[in-house]
Structure formats: C-alpha cells, structure tokens
Write a protein that binds this ligand. Sequence first.
Ligand SMILES: [Fe+2]
Length: 112
Amino acid sequence: MKLIECQGSHNIYKVMKEVVDVSEKEIVANSVDAAIEKHVPQYEIDGDKIVVSVNHVMEEDHYIEWIMIEYNDSDMTKYFKSGDKAEVEAKYVAGMKLYAYCNKHGLWMKEV
Ligand SMILES: [Fe+2]
C-alpha cells in the first residue's frame, strides 16, 4: 500500500494505481521520532479473528485518526474521533499489514 500526502493541503491519498512516480510525497510508516509502543498497532489473534488496537491517548488534539488493515487483495479502514477506543476486529490472514495514523505522529505499521 502506498499513501501520499499533498504538500500543500496535507490531504492524504491512497494510491489505487501508480502511473507516475509519487515517491517524493510518500508517507513512510514508522519514520517519525515518537514512542513506538504508543503508535505501532498491537494485536491479538483468536482463531480466524484478529483484534487490532493502538495503545495511544485519544484526546481532542492528539489521537489515532484511523486503523487500516491491508490484505493481499483488499483493505479496510476504521475511523476514530477523540474519546473513542482505537480498536477494530477483523478477519485474520497471515501476512496482513496493520496501519495506524496519529494526527501528530503520522503513519505506523506492523506486519502480522
Ligand atoms: Fe501520537
């Protein structure tokens, strides 16, 4: 998965099909100098289910905006607001990638 950030508006886009090199604006996971344990998604596997969470504050000005789960052939995103619990349950598939986006500290990823 490739996510890019517009340098002017700071809008974030998921690249659905890449026809030109957009790497200069790519958001690189786990690249911000911040507490790894508070940003990298954690998970518990129970049979064919996985519960993904982020051990992060969910304050009005600092919170996890979304968790995205990437499979080989699809992805899903759950959005949060301050006060929510940053947690989502999904189907477990080996090799899946878990992303979390903090509004202050950017993109974090863990491969399961
Ligand atoms: Fe953060």
